[in-house]
Write a protein that binds this ligand. Structure first.
Ligand SMILES: *Cc1c(COP(=O)(O)O)cnc(C)c1O
Length: 327
């Protein structure tokens, strides 16, 4: 039988475990986007989470769930950056050794940040799959515990704590819009939100350049997509052909997946900066981008999850100045 959601009780337990380890982030109304949508639009400011993304929630819950022997041997993961950064931070905080495996496509600013957090970094191959093979070897040979970026119950339950905050802060939400890659974030949020109110629409947003979950949902099974570079680099990578949790949860609970062009993602980053005065990475800006592109049908109070801000600042400046002169 496949999982159709993470039990609410697991998400509540995760909240207890990570209390004091992750920030409860604000949820604020955007007057400009609300006017445009003709409905209240709330921004969940999760890009302000410690380490710059929501990934600290899942990583902290996974670390807090380890037994004594697992803590002594340490943890390992493959990551496009934000999960690696979060895991390195969460492990270091508890004095647990961490090895982070990543592909050559990961931007330099993310690599150096993880190094500063004290993790051991392994750069392997040109894809997430290559990095994952190194993880598998370290698990088999050295007995390290793998903490995957999305496809594990403890990780999804940790991300689900963000859904609990949305339920509390916007109890009348009609729609929650979530950046979507491997699906840990949306699976956690959807599990929490739809258990409390099944009528809330859950919308995922990915980029046209390599939308692994959307392609898999369309195919009815996990499929591989070609990994391409994108402004939303945190949304790159596959969902795993042996996906255990996120594919079936997304199939059960996600109502729609919107795809954005690179220009639409850039417009989201620019709006966040110029109007909301927030620095977002591409993945964090796709909810705003979807709304601005007219791809999101808004039928009531809507929450856009701003998932991260870890963008190279030179790249950010280039995106902002490329849009100068636009309305
Ligand atoms: C990882 C990540 C996502 C996607 O999360 P999944 O759980 O893989 O769907 C979105 N935004 C940011 C900033 C991320 O780091």
């Amino acid at each position: 039988m496949s999982t159709d959601r993470i039990p609410l009780v697991s998400i509540l337990e995760a909240r207890r475990r990570v209390a004091g380890l992750v920030e409860r982030t604000a949820c604020v109304v955007s007057p400009t986007l609300s006017e445009r949508a003709q409905a209240p639009v709330h921004l969940k400011m999760e890009h302000r989470q410690t380490t710059g993304s929501f990934k600290l929630r899942g990583a902290s819950n996974a670390i807090a769930s380890l037994c004594g022997e697992e803590r002594a041997l340490g943890v390992v993961t493959a990551s496009t950056g934000n999960h690696g950064r979060a895991l390195a931070f969460a492990a270091a905080r508890e004095g647990i050794p961490a090895i982070i495996c990543m592909s050559e496509l990961v931007p330099e600013n993310k690599v150096s940040e993880i190094g500063r957090l004290g993790a051991d970094i392994r750069i392997v191959g040109k894809s997430q799959d290559d990095a994952q093979r190194e993880v598998d070897r370290l698990v088999a040979d050295k007995g390290l515990t793998m903490v995957p970026p999305f496809d594990a119950e403890a990780v999804i339950a940790g991300q689900g704590t963000l859904g609990l905050e949305i339920i509390e802060d916007v109890p009348d939400a009609a729609c929650v819009v979530v950046p979507l890659s491997g699906g840990g974030l949306i699976a956690g949020i959807a599990s929490a939100v739809k258990t409390v109110n099944p009528d809330v629409r859950i919308v995922g947003v990915s980029m046209e350049r390599g939308p692994a979950m959307r392609a898999s949902l369309d195919a009815g099974q996990p499929v591989q997509v070609e990994e391409q570079s994108s402004l939303a680099d945190s949304l790159g990578g596959g969902i795993g052909l042996d996906n255990r949790f996120t594919f079936s949860i997304c199939r059960a609970l996600v109502d729609e997946v919107i795809l954005l062009t690179e220009d639409e993602i850039a417009a989201g980053i620019r709006h966040a900066y110029a109007i909301e005065r927030e620095v977002l990475e591409g993945a964090g800006a796709v909810g705003i981008g979807a709304l601005l592109a007219g791809k999101l049908s808004v039928t009531g109070p809507t929450v856009l999850v701003l998932s991260g801000r870890n963008i190279d600042m030179a790249a950010h400046r280039a995106i902002i100045s490329a849009g100068e002169g636009e309305a």
